[in-house]
Every structure is written in C-alpha cells, then in structure tokens.
Design a protein around this ligand. Structure first.
Ligand SMILES: CC(C)(COP(=O)(O)OP(=O)(O)OC[C@H]1O[C@@H](n2cnc3c(N)ncnc32)[C@H](O)[C@@H]1OP(=O)(O)O)[C@@H](O)C(=O)NCCC(=O)NCCS
Length: 248
C-alpha cells in the first residue's frame, strides 16, 4: 500500500521533467532577436482577421450587402430559383472578396516588416529585446527602447537616478496559442523592471504610439476593437507599473 503514492510521485516527477521550462530574458544573439521579431510580424498579419470581422459585421456594410441581395432579388426573382440563388450567393462572395482585398494591407505590412531596421534606433543602437522562452522556442516578446542616460553608465559622482530616462515599449506580442495565459503580462513586468534597473524606480514606461500594431490600412470607423485592445494594453502596463515590475 505504501508503494503506490511513491509511484505516483515518480510519475508526477517524470511528467514535470518532460515539461519545458518557461523563462524570460533579454536576447542578444541575432537569430534569437529575429525569431522574437518574427512574432511581431506574425501579429501584424493576424490583425487582418480582426479587421475583416470588423468590416463584415459593421452595420453599414451589412446594410450594403442587404441592398445588393435585394437588388439581385429584384432583378432575378422571375428567372428561376437556381439563378436567383446563384446571384444572391454571388453578391455574398463579392462582398467577402471585397473585404479580403480591403484588408490585404496587413499582409503587405507584415511582409515589409524588417526586424533589424525596426530595432535599430536613429543613433545605431539596438533596442532591448526581451523574450519569453518556452523550452527552445521564443513564444513572446517585448521590444524596449531605453531613452536617456542609464545609471550604471553614468560617471561615478553622478549618483542620482536619472529623471529623464524612460522605457518605450515599441512592440509587445505573445505567440497566438500561448495568449491569455499571463505571458504578455509577465513580459510587461520584465520591461518595467529593466527600465527601473536602467533609470531608477521612478522612470516612466509607455507604449510607443506608433507601434507596429497601431497602424491600420482601413478607415477609423472599423477600428473600435483595436482601440479597445489598446486601452486593455494601457491598463496592463499601468498594473505592471503599480506592481513596480514584480509579477504577482
Ligand atoms: C497583447 C498580447 C501581447 C497580450 O498577451 P497575452 O500573453 O495574451 O497577455 P496576458 O494573458 O498576460 O494578459 C495580460 C493583459 O494583457 C491585456 N491584453 C490581453 N489581450 C490583449 C490584446 N489583444 N490587446 C491588448 N491588450 C491585451 C489585458 O489587459 C490582459 O489583462 P486581463 O486579462 O486582466 O484583461 C497578445 O494578445 C498579442 O500578442 N496580441 C497581438 C499583438 C498586439 O496587439 N500587441 C499589443 C500592442 S499594444
């Protein structure tokens, strides 16, 4: 009887040993940076789905679709059921193709995204790339630009923490299938910690208003979901700052 719990413990230990470790660190090798920034490019392309849904279900666009279908009905109501159904389905296909074409700008932007140019500042210095690493895979990233004179790089007599230094989050992404599990939040906490280490605990951290997920090739009227996401992101960053970068 006493042997069974021991077996269970062994099984549990084995299962844990097989689980890859999740860690957060600043990546320094070019290949790792490229992998991390690949996630950012992917996230730009993924925005197409959200944009398409926003257009497809927009009341004005739906009204347009109904008008097209009504026009097809009016025109072909006496031409037989087959013709009528073909014309109505054709209208729907046309509508969806238009949306697909209209949102293709996201794919183009993702393809044009050059990771090295993106992380290289005007002074030639590269941004800090923080990655969530699960086993051997990079599954999330924050690109952080540290603007100002860092404490440890100042001369010895300058002991005051920098009041002008700030951290700018230029990109923040988690791989699709790992979203909603707290990885993005941990990355923000890590970014806050990294900024505090560079400039002192009072340094500010903010999102770059021109981050890659903020640019949209579609009109403002379809951006409600994206604006809500930005508000959630701002809230998550405020929380990380309130916790001073220590995940709860
Ligand atoms: C934003 C993103 C990085 C969040 O990563 P995640 O691992 O899912 O985040 P977490 O599970 O740790 O959630 C932390 C907080 O992030 C915020 N958040 C979640 N999804 C979000 C989204 N799509 N956009 C903005 N903020 C989001 C929420 O405030 C959440 O806290 P809550 O659950 O209490 O509401 C991820 O959804 C993503 O990669 N999105 C695509 C890229 C993008 O839009 N980046 C934002 C640029 S500002």
């Amino acid at each position: 009887m006493a042997g069974k719990p021991q077996n269970d413990n062994h099984n549990a230990d084995d299962a844990l040993a097989d689980t890859p470790a999740l860690s957060y660190r600043v990546v320094t090798r070019d290949q790792e940076k490229q992998d991390a920034l690949h996630l950012v490019a992917d996230s730009i392309a993924q925005q197409r789905q959200t944009a398409s849904a926003a257009i497809i279900f927009n009341p004005l666009c739906i009204a347009g679709l109904f008008a097209m279908c009504a026009g097809a009905y009016h025109q072909y109501q006496h031409a037989g059921l087959g013709t009528l159904m073909t014309m109505i389905c054709g209208s729907i296909i046309l509508y969806l193709s238009f949306v697909r074409f209209y949102t293709s700008g996201y794919i183009q932007r993702a393809e044009e995204f050059k990771w090295k140019d993106f992380i290289t500042g005007p002074d030639g210095k590269q941004d800090t790339v923080i990655a969530a690493v699960y086993g051997d895979n990079i599954i999330g990233t924050v690109v952080l630009r540290l603007e100002g004179e860092e404490i440890n790089k100042k001369k010895k007599d300058a002991v005051q923490p920098s009041t002008v230094g700030r951290g700018i989050i230029r990109a923040w992404t988690t791989k699709m299938r790992y979203r909603g599990k707290g990885i993005g939040s941990d990355l923000l906490h890590y970014a806050v910690q990294t900024t505090a280490r560079a400039f002192g605990p009072t340094a500010s951290v903010e999102f770059d208003p021109d981050h890659p997920n903020s640019k949209h090739p579609i009109p403002d009227m379809f951006l409600r979901t994206f604006k809500k996401r930005q508000q959630r992101a701002d809230k998550a960053l405020r929380q990380a700052l309130n916790h001073q970068g220590k995940p709860r």
